[in-house]
Design a protein around this ligand. Structure first.
Ligand code: TGC
Ligand code: FAD
Length: 390
């Protein structure tokens, strides 16, 4: 059996449909063939591997739940989650590209755009002909996006866009950017900015120790003329970008399980093979404790996301439930990566194994899409009714 055998301690596969398993296994096979062999070098070189774009489109990772009439895969939320899990087992940076394209670019165009915008952009984004990025965070407004200063001014025939976004995944090569900016009334609007518009530039952010195979950059708007037809008409206010984040955070909750599975699997194999003091290190209680706790935490995270997926399929998952899963599962994966690295001793720090790359990647994942602290405060607000952010 060539395919990775994912931990399934509680026989969760029995809860999946035939379609879920087909979709997951196709993604798993693609990751094994196209991502795993090249990803370590891409991360070492800090280069986004463009060779994977068409494959991501083929496995349905660009718009898994977007209807087929717009080029999406028309799948349910569990299939979406399973695709993210398999991709992130390869690399969080590759999953980032899929998350941004699906939930932060295609989702707002589908949900908040008009029919012309949907027809113009969605099929090209689904096929990977276009890559998109999502500009919410600014240099002075990260956790508090409502304070943004990027703005649009109504000039009659068009809007004039000024400001800057920072830490934007895929910015350096994106064909389009979904950007959030305030109008003269201070109301947040979503707009589609296209590469080539005068005054729009996307400098790359260098020297990252994390998500090295994903390209990150700024979006700079210097009197960019935005045609009025590029405004997303159907929702505005901070709830519009936050609604996109709900979908991306849900995918990350699944994705983190994939990274954790890969670290656990690597550590378990290594522990069984590595001999010290005349025995495999897996026979020592301290190593068994690490491995036993890993599989326990992975199993709990799987149960959390599966249930969240069923709620999401029914349209009943709340933003706070999604926050809890994102926060729990990313921390779980990061802790497992740190423990798994220790199981490998010195070998754990090399690129011969994927663990250190996962660990470094997860330092971004625990910060982006709402930091670990912010998600805790969202849970706190949900159970007390009192927002402690401000
Ligand atoms: P607040 O006053 O609570 O809410 C403003 C309006 O938004 C609504 N809302 C939501 N709607 C949908 N989903 C959610 N999760 C929502 N949370 C709030 C809310 O109902 C309200 O609507 P209305 O109609 O009453 O106006 O907002 P606040 O300013 O107090 O902020 C709340 C807070 C801190 C939770 C929020 O700002 C937040 O989540 N901050 C974190 C920012 C963040 O996550 N940024 C991510 C940037 S994108 C990214 O990281 C991409 S990484 C890409 C990759 O995968 O590579
Ligand atoms: P800050 O908001 O300055 O927070 C710093 C620290 O203070 C954190 O620990 C935080 O938890 C804490 N803190 C803040 N406010 C409070 C509070 N009220 N109470 C308690 N603690 C608080 N953004 C996009 O828009 N699009 C993207 O594509 C994107 N991609 C990214 C890719 C990478 C690799 C990274 C690292 C980030 C990306 N981001 C993106 C930005 C990301 O969403 C922000 O970094 C994140 O929201 C946190 O903002 P900040 O970095 O400004 O931290």
């Amino acid at each position: 059996q060539d395919l990775f055998q994912a931990p399934d301690y509680y026989q969760l596969d029995e809860l999946l449909t035939e379609e879920h398993i087909l979709v997951r296994d196709a993604a798993r096979e693609w990751v094994k063939k196209e991502v795993s062999p090249i990803i370590e070098q891409a991360a070492q070189d800090a280069k986004f591997p463009t060779s994977i774009v068409s494959g991501l489109a083929e496995i349905g990772a660009f718009g898994p739940y977007i209807p087929e009439e717009y080029g999406g895969a028309g799948l349910d939320q569990i299939s979406y989650g399973l695709i993210m899990q398999e991709i992130e087992r390869g690399d969080s940076g590759v999953r980032s590209t899929a998350s941004v394209q699906s939930s932060l670019v295609m989702y707002p165009i589908w949900k908040y755009g008009n029919e012309e915008q949907r027809k113009k952009y969605l099929p090209k984004l689904a096929s990977g002909e276009f890559l998109g990025c999502f500009g919410l965070t600014e240099p002075d407004h990260g956790s508090n996006p409502g304070g943004m200063v990027t703005n649009i001014k109504d000039m009659g025939d068009y809007y004039l866009l000024n400001g800057a976004k920072m830490w934007i995944s895929n910015a350096p090569f994106a064909d389009i950017a979904v950007v959030w900016a305030k109008n003269e009334d201070g109301r947040i609007k979503g707009l589609i900015v296209e590469r080539g518009m005068e005054g729009f530039s996307t400098p790359e952010t260098h020297n990252k120790w994390s998500l090295r195979a994903s390209s990150t950059g700024e979006l700079i708007f210097d009197n960019v003329k935005i045609p009025k037809e590029n405004i997303l008409p159907n929702k505005d206010g901070l709830g519009a970008p936050l609604g996109c984040l709900d979908s991306a955070r849900y995918g990350i909750a699944w994705g983190a399980i994939g990274a954790a599975m890969d670290c656990y699997d690597t550590a378990l194999r290594y522990a069984k093979e590595r001999i010290q003091f005349g025995k495999p290190i897996a026979s020592f209680q301290l190593q068994q404790k690490k491995l036993a706790e890993m599989i326990t935490e992975i199993t709990k995270a799987q149960l959390l996301t599966w249930r969240l997926g069923t709620l999401k399929n029914d349209g009943r998952a709340t933003a706070a439930q999604i926050s809890m899963a994102k926060r729990n599962n990313v921390e779980m994966a990061l802790k497992i990566a740190r423990e798994a690295r220790q199981v490998l001793g010195a070998m754990g720090i090399t690129g011969e194994y994927s663990i250190m790359r996962h660990m470094m990647n997860l330092e971004s994942v625990i910060t982006y899409e709402g930091t670990h602290d912010i998600h805790l405060l969202i849970t706190g607000m949900d159970i007390t009714g009192i927002p402690a952010f401000k």
